[in-house]
Ligand binder design. Structure first.
Ligand code: SF4
Length: 344
């Protein structure tokens, strides 16, 4: 940690020095606007993951097959632009399945739900289409298994996040939420010899590992999930942003404020030494962030559509950026099949 803090400080100092130097240049020889970006770095992978693509596709197909209105419980994915776009096509977003008219078509969001939601839907005879990401379902199944074995499950995640609410509902009485290394140091369990851990799929990989290290130290027999719970898309986007932080003077992360994986990208960028900001779209970019930033890194959370990236790139070009380069870290080949009700 000490090393990381020092590295961050010296990186920040370097950036400050660069900025000062640029401010005394009277005219920009390239002809671009003074103090404005010249280069855009695009992280790859970025944007939609397989679970988000599947969820959005599910709502769009449901609209075509059943016709509007199609009700969607909670935001299908955490992005305000996606929600508005689907609303314009006839989707109706509700907070609770009990707000859906009896017998109507209702899609469940990618974040997963507790079993009580299925019971409520059955009571209302809803035509339910489940767009829960299969990687979230995997965590639910692990929670059920650990609960059957009567183990305490330490769930690493953020209080109140929809995914955490859903996973917790699978094993009531067994799950204890751990939100930070500090909480990992103090959490109490009934039997330290019978403990497992799980995690939300969209956390910071580094912070989660820090928490797991503390838990392993305190509970040497703790059982891990068979495979990482933090999903491939979260991990890949964080690795890509770390790479980008080496070359970017500032990083813009496109995503909504309630998107966990987008917010983690901002944190990862900052802890890698680059100033970073979360923006819903280009209208949220503050000119002061770009002042003196030659190279602007751009990435997007797993729920942000690519056309928002294009809008941000156009905005930066209009400000003077002339070079666009993609930083490629890994290829993604993951695809999920659609729910049976919309597959035809
Ligand atoms: Fe699934 Fe990961 Fe995408 Fe969440 S971020 S929907 S867990 S693939």
């Amino acid at each position: 940690m000490w090393y990381r803090r020092e590295k961050r400080r010296s990186r920040a100092a370097t950036l400050a020095g660069d900025r000062n130097n640029r401010h005394v240049v009277p005219e920009d020889p390239t002809g671009t606007m003074k103090g404005m970006p010249k280069r855009i770095l695009l992280a790859w992978p970025r944007g939609y993951c397989a679970g988000v693509e599947r969820a959005i596709d599910t709502v769009e197909r449901a609209l075509r097959i059943y016709g509007p209105p199609v009700y969607v419980r909670k935001q299908i994915v955490h992005n305000i632009h996606v929600v508005r776009d689907l609303e314009s096509k006839g989707a109706v977003f509700v907070e609770d399945e009990r707000d859906v008219p009896e017998g109507a078509v209702c899609v469940l969001s990618a974040h997963g739900v507790a079993p009580a939601v299925y019971d409520n839907a059955a009571d209302r005879r809803l035509n339910l289409i489940d767009a829960t990401c299969p990687l979230v379902t995997k965590v639910h199944l692990e929670a059920r298994r650990f609960a059957r074995e009567d183990r305490t499950i330490l769930l690493i995640g953020h209080q109140g996040h929809e995914e955490v609410v859903g996973t917790s509902g699978e094993a009531p009485g067994h799950i204890v939420l751990v939100g930070s290394p500090e909480e990992a140091r103090t959490v109490q369990v009934a039997d330290p010899g019978s403990v497992s851990y799980l995690s939300q799929t969209t956390l910071s990989v580094d912070e989660t590992n820090e928490i797991i290290d503390v838990l392993r130290e305190r509970f040497p027999d703790i059982q891990a999930p068979p495979r990482d719970d933090i999903c491939y898309a979260t991990q890949n986007r964080q690795e890509a942003v770390k790479d980008m932080a080496r070359d970017a003077d500032v990083i813009l992360v496109i995503g909504s404020d309630n998107s966990s994986n987008s917010k983690r990208l901002v944190e990862v960028a900052r802890s890698s030494g680059a100033p970073a900001h979360l923006v819903d779209d280009e209208s949220h970019i503050e000119p002061a962030w770009l002042d003196g930033a030659d190279t602007v890194g751009v990435t997007s959370g797993a729920s942000a559509p690519e056309w928002l990236v294009e809008r941000v790139v156009d905005h930066l070009k209009a400000l003077g950026a002339t070079e666009v380069r993609q930083l490629h870290t890994v290829d993604e080949q993951v695809r999920f099949s659609l729910p049976a009700a919309v597959r035809a």
